[in-house]
Design a protein around this ligand. Structure first.
Ligand code: LHQ
Length: 257
């Protein structure tokens, strides 16, 4: 069985991390395969990406057995060749990426989730900045995203202490968007993906670009970027369709162009 399950269905790329016996911890081949699949998601046929885990966990970060394997990739490659490219790919995809966190998300697994655009979680899921417990620092974008999501103080404490945060706590502190009950998780998270896949994809890409830029720009530069991106959005088919549907009092049919 492949370490990454991948399927494109009705404009949605479903990606499942698939090493359930290790809570979907990453080894090198899984990291390389995920990069290949994320590359495939660049196709315009994909209008939303849905990332989840097989079994009871979302992802336990790096496979720690591989770290001590003399035939493993070695510390110097794990970030440069595995996690850093994955984080950048998720951020640079010009379409929404949902992290559907089905269970525990630890270490780089937590930070992969945080680098997605919309994070939803199963009520039994949890988030752990596990790094300090093994003498490491948070990586895979964690030190960038977490303080911006929940504030400097909470991020510092969670990262130093390595506390386990429940899905409900994560939602209440703004780390994630929503929690779904056990019965509802798959249906509701996939419904969200279906909804996003039918929205004006280019506008969503420009929203992603603008919000990412806002993390490091001043107001004046951001206003200029909003103007540039708004001109682009206004020249899409989907903008014309959105306005026409409003005027004609009907539902819009966005095609992503
Ligand atoms: C695992 C793992 C795992 C191998 C569970 N590896 N087997 C960057 C730079 C370079 C090097 C290092 O890494 C990084 C990035 C990182 O991600 S560092 C952080 C690495 N991850 C962790 O430190 C988390 C380690 N895992 C845990 O603390 C626990 O497994 C959590 C809290 C995630 C879940 O606990 P439980 O629900 O009690 O499950 P479990 O511990 O029983 O795990 C189930 C199985 O999965 C077990 O195997 P076994 O054969 O005993 O059933 C674990 O050994 C295996 N597993 N995480 N990262």
């Amino acid at each position: 069985m492949s370490e990454i399950l991948f399927e494109i269905n009705n404009g949605i790329a479903f990606i499942t991390l698939n090493r359930p016996e290790k809570l979907n911890a990453f080894n090198r081949s899984m990291a390389v395969l995920l990069q290949e699949k994320l590359d495939t998601c660049k196709t315009p046929n994909v209008r939303c990406v849905y990332l989840t885990g097989a079994g009871k966990g979302f992802c336990a970060g790096q496979d720690l057995e591989e770290v001590i394997d003399p035939n493993g990739p070695g510390m110097d490659k794990i970030l440069k060749e595995h996690f850093n490219p994955i984080i950048l790919q998720l951020q640079q995809l010009q379409k929404p990426v949902i992290a559907a966190v089905n269970g525990v998300a630890a270490g780089a697994g937590a930070n992969i989730a945080l680098s997605c655009d919309i994070i939803v979680a199963h009520e039994q899921a949890s988030f752990i900045q596990a790094f300090s417990k093994i003498g490491l620092i948070p990586d895979s974008g964690g030190t960038f995203f977490l303080p911006r999501l929940i504030g400097y103080q909470k991020a510092m404490a969670l990262m130093m202490l390595g506390d386990k945060i429940s899905a409900a706590e994560a939602a209440s502190m703004g780390m994630i968007y929503k929690v779904f009950s056990a019965n509802d998780f798959v249906l509701s998270s996939q419904k969200l993906a279906v909804h996003l896949s039918k929205m004006p994809t280019q506008a969503l890409a420009y929203i992603k670009q603008a919000l990412q830029a806002s993390l490091s720009q001043n107001l004046e530069t951001q206003l200029i970027l909003e103007d540039v991106l708004q001109q682009k959005a206004a020249s899409t088919h989907d903008f014309k369709e959105g306005v026409a549907a409003f005027i004609e009092k009907r539902n819009p049919h966005f095609n992503g162009n």
